[in-house]
Design a protein around this ligand. Structure first.
Ligand SMILES: C=C(O[C@H]1C=CC=C(C(=O)O)[C@@H]1O)C(=O)O
Length: 423
C-alpha cells in the first residue's frame, strides 16, 4: 500500500495562537451537553474531562513518522502561542485532541479546538483559542439537545460472524504451530440509520452508561474505552492494561462467580500477561521506577468484565504523553506477541482496515502532559454518509481460545455502541 507523503512539520506554517483559560461558576450541566452539532471533541470520564469544538489548528498525519511529525508540529505550535491560564489544572491552557490510525497507513490527526470546556474536581473552566489577529470572546455555555438516532439497522461489515470465527480458528492453529504467541483479531459491523446520526446522542449515552470508561470523540470516531494506554501528569506515568474478558449475565451473584473464574482462568491470565509485559517493556526506558502489579484485578463494566492491571512509573525523561503513546502502540492488548509477527498476521487474515479503531485517542497539553486511551468500544462515522457508522470489536487470541466463545465476546464488546445508538 502506498503511504501519503509525510508532512514536514518544520516547514508547515503554524498559526500564532492566543489562548486564555478562565474558571466559570454556576455551570452544572454535563460537559457533553454543551457540544454543538458539528465537530464534537470529547474526552470525559465520571463527569470530568474536556470537550471542545471549532478548529483553531489541525494537522493530519500518516506514515511511519506520524507520531514524530505530530510531536514536532505541536512543539512548534505551542512555542508560538501566547497563553494566559488562570486555572492551572491538567487540561487547562493550550490543549489539542488527537487520534491516530492503527497502522501507519491509516490517517490520524491532532486538532486544536477554538473552544474547550474542562472540568476537574468541581472546577469548570473555558479555554478560548484564536489567531492573534482576531481574539475570540468567551462563549455562552448553552445546553443543546441532541437528535435521537431513530431507526437503525446493523449488518455484518467485512465478514459475517461465522466467517470471522473461522479466521479465529485459523489463528489458533497458527499459534499452536508456534508462529505467534498471541494475536488480536477484530471484526466490524455497519450501522445504518434513516437520517444523519447526531453523534452527541450516542456520546451522552456512552458517558452515562460507562462512567468508568473514557468517552471520546475525535473527527467522527466515538466510543467509551475502558483502556488507558497512557497518562502523563506532573512526572507520573500510568497505564491501565486490559486483556482477558468474560461476558456479564446481568445476574449479580452469577457475575461474581464468573469474575472469580476469570481471575483463575489460565487462558485469560496468559493473554493478560502478554499485554502487561508489552506495556512494561515499552515504558521501562522512560521510567526511573515502575510498579507492575503481579496479579490483575477484575474490572466490572456493564457488559463485560476484564482482567486489568494499573502500571505506574516515575518519568525519567521528557517524553510527552504522545511520545509515550507512540512507544506503547500497538500494545499486545490490540495487536499481539511478538508485535511484528502479530501485526503481519492481522494484515494477512483480518480482512478489513481498522482505520483508527485500536489506535491511540486522547489529548495533549503544552507541557507534554495528557491522556491517551486505546480507541475500543467505538464507531467511526462514515465521512461520505452521515447516517452510517462502522462499529468495531476485537479479541485476544491465544492457544486456548475457542472461536465460538471469541465471537460471543466480540458481540458483547459491540453492545456499548449498539445500545448507545438505540432509542
Ligand atoms: C480489542 C479489544 O479489546 C481488548 C481490550 C480488552 C480485552 C481484550 C480481550 O480480552 O480480548 C482485548 O485485548 C476490543 O474491545 O475491541
Amino acid at each position: 500500500m502506498s503511504l501519503p507523503d509525510p508532512v514536514e512539520p518544520s516547514r508547515t506554517a503554524v498559526p500564532h495562537l492566543v489562548v486564555r483559560s478562565h474558571p466559570v461558576e454556576g455551570v452544572s450541566a454535563q460537559l457533553m451537553d454543551h457540544l454543538p452539532a458539528d465537530g464534537a471533541l470529547a474526552w470525559v470520564r465520571r463527569g470530568d474531562g474536556l470537550v471542545g469544538w471549532g478548529v483553531a489548528a489541525r494537522l493530519e498525519v500518516a506514515g511511519s513518522n506520524r507520531f514524530a511529525d505530530a510531536q514536532a508540529w505541536w512543539k512548534t505550535l505551542t512555542a508560538a502561542a501566547v497563553v494566559r491560564d488562570d486555572v492551572g489544572a491538567p487540561g487547562s491552557g493550550l490543549v489539542c485532541f488527537g487520534s491516530f490510525g492503527f497502522t501507519d497507513a491509516d490517517p490520524g490527526e491532532l486538532v486544536v479546538p477554538e473552544i474547550i470546556v474542562g472540568r476537574r474536581g468541581g472546577t469548570t473552566w473555558v479555554t478560548t483559542v484564536s489567531p492573534a489577529s482576531s481574539l475570540a470572546a468567551p462563549p455562552d455555555l448553552v445546553v443543546h439537545e441532541p437528535e435521537p438516532v431513530g431507526e437503525i439497522a446493523f449488518a455484518d461489515g467485512a465478514r459475517s460472524g461465522t466467517a470471522w470465527s473461522a479466521i479465529v480458528a485459523d489463528a489458533v492453529k497458527r499459534i499452536t504451530g508456534g508462529e505467534v504467541d498471541k494475536v488480536v483479531l477484530a471484526r466490524d459491523l455497519v450501522a445504518q440509520a434513516a437520517r444523519p446520526i447526531d453523534l452527541r446522542w450516542p456520546l451522552r449515552r456512552l458517558a452515562a452508561a460507562y462512567p468508568n470508561c473514557w468517552t471520546f470523540s475525535v473527527d467522527g470516531l466515538i466510543g467509551a474505552t475502558p483502556e488507558l494506554l497512557v497518562r502523563r501528569e506532573k512526572g507520573l506515568i500510568t497505564s491501565r492494561v486490559l486483556a482477558g474478558t468474560i461476558r456479564r449475565t446481568g445476574d449479580d451473584a452469577h457475575d461474581l462467580a464468573l469474575a472469580a473464574s476469570l481471575a483463575r482462568s489460565s487462558k485469560d491470565l496468559e493473554e493478560h500477561e502478554f499485554a502487561v509485559r508489552s506495556v512494561a517493556d515499552a515504558l521501562k526506558p522512560h521510567c526511573k521506577s515502575m510498579n507492575v502489579p503481579e496479579t490483575p484485578f477484575v474490572l466490572h463494566l456493564p457488559n463485560v468484565m476484564h482482567l486489568a492491571s494499573d502500571v505506574a512509573g516515575v518519568a525519567a525523561n521528557g517524553a510527552s504523553a504522545l511520545g509515550l503513546a507512540a512507544a506503547l502502540h500497538p500494545s499486545a492488548a490490540v495487536c499481539g506477541t511478538p508485535t511484528d509477527v502479530a501485526r503481519d498476521l492481522i494484515n494477512e487474515i483480518e480482512g478489513m482496515s481498522r482505520g483508527r479503531y485500536a489506535g491511540p485517542v486522547g489529548w495533549l497539553d503544552a507541557s507534554g502532559d495528557g491522556e491517551w486511551g486505546i480507541a475500543l468500544r467505538c464507531g467511526q462515522a462514515d465521512p461520505r454518509d452521515p447516517a452510517r457508522m462502522r462499529l468495531f470489536a476485537g479479541c485476544g487470541i491465544v492457544a486456548g481460545s475457542d472461536p465460538e466463545a471469541e465471537l460471543a465476546e466480540s458481540n458483547a464488546k459491540l453492545v456499548p455502541m449498539r445500545d448507545a445508538l438505540g432509542d
